[in-house]
Structures are given as structure tokens and as C-alpha cells.
Design a protein around this ligand. Structure first.
Ligand code: HEM
Length: 166
């Protein structure tokens, strides 16, 4: 019985489900809803990021997926990386890591949005045009980074799913 591989596979696959599921949820449902709600959407986003700690959740699920995947690859596929199966896991893994990088970049944008949202809420007067423009630019950047992350992680998932049968 290979307990280490079983534990790593459970961590890798549960992590991937939690990470990709949340990314799709944000791209297809949360972000469009937040945008449609305007200032109320900003409050929703703020609560999700600070009280519910969404950035922490997404960082942990991504890190667990990637680290467990890298160790699994090292144990089982490193020595045979140049077989069709090994190569498919390798290319999928590299694309998944790229998704981890773009996903990590969303953390910085979310942090700035949360800080700016807090300043706007506490200043006791309506937001200035500069603040609104910065918030709009941050939202657009978050939108594109989240989409790129969803695409990269989905390609990685696709390649991992077919790797054993190529
Ligand atoms: C978005 C990122 C990722 C997703 C969604 C993902 C998803 C999956 C899934 C669903 C499986 C099960 C497929 C099967 O065993 O037939 C799997 C297996 C595997 N993944 Fe990933 N993965 C990701 C990232 C990575 C990374 C970065 C690596 C490192 C190179 C990696 C290496 C592996 C390996 C080696 C296996 C097979 C494990 C074994 O030998 O049983 N994965 N992955």
C-alpha cells in the first residue's frame, strides 16, 4: 500500500477541485454580479476578501494543488518525463504553475482594492474621480487576471485528465 501517493493524490485532487471550482465561480458568477451591483457590489467584495478571507482560501488551495502535484511528478513521472504520459503531466503541470502565478497576482490587486474601498468608505464624503478611476482600473485588471487563471488551470486540468490515455 503506497500511503504517501494516496495522501498526495487526495491533497492534489481535492485542492484542484476547490481551486478551479472557486475560480470558475468568481469568473462566471461573482464578478459579473459585483459589477452589476455597483457600490453595493464593492461592499460584497470587501466582505468576501476581508471577513471571509477569500484570498487566503485561494492561495492555500493553489499551493496545496501545486506542491502535491510537483512531489507526485518527482516520485512517479520525473524518471519517465519524456514518455507521452510523462510529457502530458509535465506540460499540464507547467501550465498549472503558470495559472498559480497569474492567480497569485490577483492577490496584490485584491489587496489594493480592499484598501482603497476601506479609504472610500471611511472618508465621510463621496469618492473622488481619481479614486473611482483607480477602482475601475483595478476591477478590470482583476477581471482579466481571473479569466487568464481560469483558462490556464482548466487547460492543466484537461491535460491531467487525459494524461494516462495518450
Ligand atoms: C491547475 C493545476 C492542476 C490541476 C487542476 C491538476 C489536476 C490533476 C488531476 C485531476 C489529476 C488526476 C488525474 C489522474 O491521476 O489520472 C492529476 C494528477 C497528477 N498531477 Fe495534476 N493538476 C494540476 C497541477 C499539477 C502540477 C503543477 C503538477 C506538477 C508537475 C501536477 C502533477 C500531477 C501528477 C504527476 C499527477 C499523477 C499522479 C499519479 O502519478 O498518480 N499537477 N492532476
Amino acid at each position: 500500500m503506497d500511503i504517501l501517493t494516496m495522501v498526495l493524490r487526495v491533497l492534489h485532487i481535492f485542492g484542484a477541485v476547490a481551486w478551479i471550482g472557486a475560480t470558475w465561480m468568481v469568473v462566471f458568477f461573482v464578478e459579473p454580479t459585483v459589477r452589476a451591483l455597483g457600490p453595493e457590489g464593492g461592499k460584497f467584495m470587501n466582505y468576501m476578501a476581508t471577513t471571509r478571507r477569500y484570498p487566503l482560501y485561494i492561495s492555500v488551495t493553489a499551493a496545496v494543488t501545486l506542491l502535491a502535484g510537483i512531489v507526485l511528478f518527482g516520485i512517479h513521472w520525473g524518471p519517465v518525463w519524456n514518455t507521452p504520459m510523462g510529457l502530458t503531466f509535465l506540460i499540464g503541470g507547467l501550465i498549472g504553475i503558470a495559472g498559480g502565478v497569474t492567480g497569485g497576482m490577483t492577490g496584490g490587486v485584491t489587496g489594493r482594492m480592499t484598501k482603497l474601498g476601506g479609504e472610500m468608505a471611511q472618508q465621510g464624503k463621496p469618492p473622488s474621480p481619481e479614486q473611482l478611476a483607480e477602482m475601475g482600473a483595478l476591477q478590470a485588471r482583476l477581471r482579466s487576471l481571473a479569466r487568464v487563471t481560469a483558462i490556464l488551470t482548466s487547460i492543466a486540468l484537461f491535460l491531467m485528465a487525459i494524461a494516462r490515455y495518450v
